[in-house]
Design a protein around this ligand. Structure first.
Ligand code: CTP
Length: 414
């Protein structure tokens, strides 16, 4: 009987499946079948260690292609360039700690690690190892480096391991790996038709021509939200304070410096937006007066600066809203949830993303964040430390859920 391929989600996709040497290597056989069942054509690349666990013949029969293993042979045929050059994604499952280390530092001493340096295509890595190895600071650091570079790393699962230990180290389930491949390759479109206004970064309030008051915001969270909304089909306007980041392509960028400029830019785009996400760290106070010339010490031992409040942009937008969904952030150092609830209510928001900026590895400047999302309707969900780009998707999903709940209750009332 012929397989029905009309529903195959990876039809026409070309994948590289990298298999490294682990007791979980045999699971790559079943993964290969799942990928081909979804319509992908798969080039399998094995490390020498992997061949000690599973024979290349098994992969050759199932993929219908020669397995690539030998670096020097691969170089002769330029396979280290041609195979990844045609690939839509590289999946490495299982990935050992040794592989993560090589990938993180760019070592190229076998075909698989060399291929990683010859392509920019999406990289999905499913590690499997002993629990102590997964928790080792070196491995943790390599995982962080790879994630920061955009690789999708599927945390191993907890359970009994080959060592007899019960710990986090088992290869992610086949369905999780498949889902990660699908979400990397199948464009999501659930935000098409939405016009999203995102603010990001700090503001700067001048004291004199050389000095200003600002804060530690890097802009990474707002930029990640703009990128995620664009990837999900939305039209995006990003109003950004001064940052060192490159704005995501395909997004309209408005660069501003002060809270007043940010307020003007946001007000200008507000009426045509459907969702507004204020990830910017806006100044609360600004110098009442700006000195036209550089202020001089002139022997003074103390100096005081008179400040006035800057506009509260979210409160302004909230007062002008028609049907826009308003999402704010709450950067807190204590009483995270209660302060966030006060801001949610006080600023008339639909959702607030609360983050404890004192938490190690999260908050200002870091690539990861850990937050609690609270909604006007009383929902509260906690998200552990994860890359800001992934969190951006979670925030968008929370907005979608709120909108569909609103839509449902509006339909019931009608
Ligand atoms: N915000 C704003 N305008 C301001 C200050 C903040 O629109 N002048 C927005 C931020 O972009 C964020 C939310 O309000 O989405 C909360 O910002 P935060 O700095 O946490 O709180 P504040 O309102 O400034 O209150 P406080 O400084 O007392 O914590």
């Amino acid at each position: 009987m012929e397989l029905d391929r009309s529903q195959a989600t990876l039809r026409g996709k070309r994948l590289v499946l990298g298999v490294t040497g682990s007791i979980a290597s045999y699971k790559a056989v079943s993964l290969l079948r799942a990928l081909t069942r979804e319509g992908a054509s798969v080039a399998v690349v094995m490390t020498q260690a992997a061949t000690k666990f599973v024979t290349p013949l098994t992969f050759e029969v199932l993929s219908g292609e020669r397995v690539t293993m030998d670096l020097f042979k691969a170089h002769q045929e330029m396979k280290h360039l041609s195979i990844p050059g045609q690939a839509n994604a590289i999946i490495v499952a299982p990935a050992t700690a040794n592989f993560l280390a090589k990938a993180a530092v760019g070592l190229a001493d076998d075909v698989l690690s060399t291929m990683l340096l010859t392509t920019q295509c999406p990289l999905i890595i499913a590690p499997a190892m002993d629990g102590d190895m997964w928790a080792h600071p070196t491995v943790v650091e390599h995982v962080r480096t790879l994630r920061a570079r955009g690789a999708v790393i599927l945390d191993p699962e907890e359970g009994p391991l080959a060592s007899g230990q019960v710990a986090q180290g088992r290869l992610a389930s086949e369905s999780r790996i498949l889902e990660a491949v699908q979400s990397a390759l199948i464009p999501q479109d659930d935000w098409r038709g939405q016009r999203v206004l995102v603010s990001a970064g700090p503001t700067q309030e001048a004291i004199d021509p050389v000095r200003f008051i600002s804060n530690r915001s890097s802009g990474k969270m707002g930029y990640a939200i703009a990128e995620a909304a664009r990837d999900r089909g939305a039209e995006v306007v990003l109003v950004t304070g001064p940052t060192a980041l490159t704005p995501p392509p395909g997004v309209e960028v408005v660069s501003v410096t002060t809270a007043k400029e940010m307020a003007d830019a946001l007000c200008q785009h507000f009426a045509s937006s459907t969702v507004v996400i204020m990830a910017a760290a806006v100044a609360d106070f600004r110098p009442k007066e700006q000195a036209a010339q550089k202020l001089k010490k002139r022997g003074q031992t103390a100096f005081s600066l008179e400040l006035e409040t800057a506009p509260d942009i979210l409160a302004m937008l909230s007062a002008q809203r028609t049907s826009q969904v308003l999402v704010g952030f709450a950067a807190e150092t204590e009483h995270l949830v209660s302060h966030a609830k006060d801001k949610l209510r006080g600023k008339g928001l639909d959702l607030i993303v609360a983050n404890d900026v004192t938490k190690e590895g999260a908050g200002f400047g870091s690539d990861d964040n850990a937050v609690v999302i609270l909604s006007r309707t009383g929902q509260q969900k906690e998200f552990g430390l994860m890359p800001k780009r992934r969190l951006a998707d979670e925030i968008l999903t929370a907005v979608q859920k709120l909108r569909s709940a609103q839509h449902r209750s509006a339909t019931v009332v009608e």
